[in-house]
Write a protein that binds this ligand. Sequence first.
Ligand code: ADP
Ligand code: MG
Length: 460
Amino acid sequence: MVKNTTNLEEYNSVWDSISNDLARQVKEESYNEFFADIKGVKFFENGFAYIEVKDGFIRDRINRMFLNGINEKVDTFSSSLFKFKFLTSEEVEEALSIIPSDNKGNDTVKNDLSINPNNNFENFVVDDVNRSSYLFAVKVADQPGVLANPLYISGNVGLGKTHLMQAIGNYILDQDVNKKVKYIKTESFIDHYVSCSSKADYSSFNAAYNDLDCLLIDDIQMIAKATESQKAFFKIFDSLSTSNKQIIITSDSKPSELNNIMVRLQSRFESGLVTVLKEPKFETKKQIVYKRLKSEHNIHKNEVEEKAIDYIVKNSTRSIRQLISLINTFVFYTTCLDYPLTYANCKLALEDIVEGEVSFSNQNESLVDNIKEIVCEEFNISEKDLVSNSRKKSFVVPRHISMYLIKEYTSLTLQNIAAAFNRKDHSTVINAYENVCNNIKEDENYNKLVEKFINKLSLS
Ligand code: ADP
Ligand code: MG
């Protein structure tokens, strides 16, 4: 572990920008109490820039009220991935006294980003949509280099690829802290390689990838067109995989869909296990919000109006990253102004950021159309038959499945779903939903069929 006590300009300049923002947003007396005395970043270690504050009281208040809002802003002012942490002067002193002497004042290797300890399996909320990806990750973490090499996690942006990948790294390190686990973003990998190649000195590059137990490489699609870096990566890949060292790769697309990547790399990516992370369901997203409120803000479920949570989830269209950002903004806003966590305040806090209710009603509408379309196509029936009153089994089965999918994937009320099938009574929807849930449990083929629709939906 390296504590960097020099070259802190970048972190300090990010802090200054955030501090200026806070000065504008927070009441003057709060700003003076919490932030005015801060002297800047004391040291940097493992992805955290440490700031000293006067005492434990201030530290705890900052952590409770501002920390997430502050860290949320890092992205705005820096391209590096790091977070701020606040310590008392005693804690800073203690931390600095255990810097190994030969590391004092050393630079951290810039491209060697650390793994976020919060990206662990416990914090990952699982439902039947993302369960298989989660289970593969757990198995690989448990037996690295044995079951699936590489493990290739693909999926749309902000759905937890980096989280799952880092959870594997954290798990391996929890089992044995001496394991050499390296996490790197693909852009940093390329930067490192290019800078070595311009100096014609590959020693730091070779040292970084030599002798690893596990390599986590994030967003591999970024290596497109970087032919020399691809060749370098190919060598590393081969050397690690032949010695059964685990490689985990994430990407926004499946190996076969990668563009401008060497065919031999693509086929290596396919040689282990490819899993596609899908968008969690509405209820799962709510669970993620509650979990996050508790773990990051120490806010309990019953302190927030449920309608506010629904509003946040509805507005977070596709990505969990956006969902988390909305929660943080809501908490930041209400804490700064000392407002309760109500639906009305949630709308006030977020109305400028989200696109408005019209857009999610549009989104629901297009999802309903999409669901009806793929179900009709699979069963080879017309939409007229799907929404008709006919009790023929060949129409009832697809109708029930469509209702189930709409309930799971949109925020429509039961009445609205009934209306989408020309029905007034929403009990039909409840029956259909329960019926499909039972069939999924009892009939493997039926379950596969529903999963097929879910896959189609998450890809469309
Ligand atoms: P990606 O790498 O796919 O773009 P990330 O792994 O960065 O997405 O996830 C974005 C954010 O959402 C992270 O804060 C992550 O912890 C959170 N997240 C994603 N999926 C889940 C989940 N199933 N449970 C809890 N948090 C999640
Ligand atoms: Mg990512």
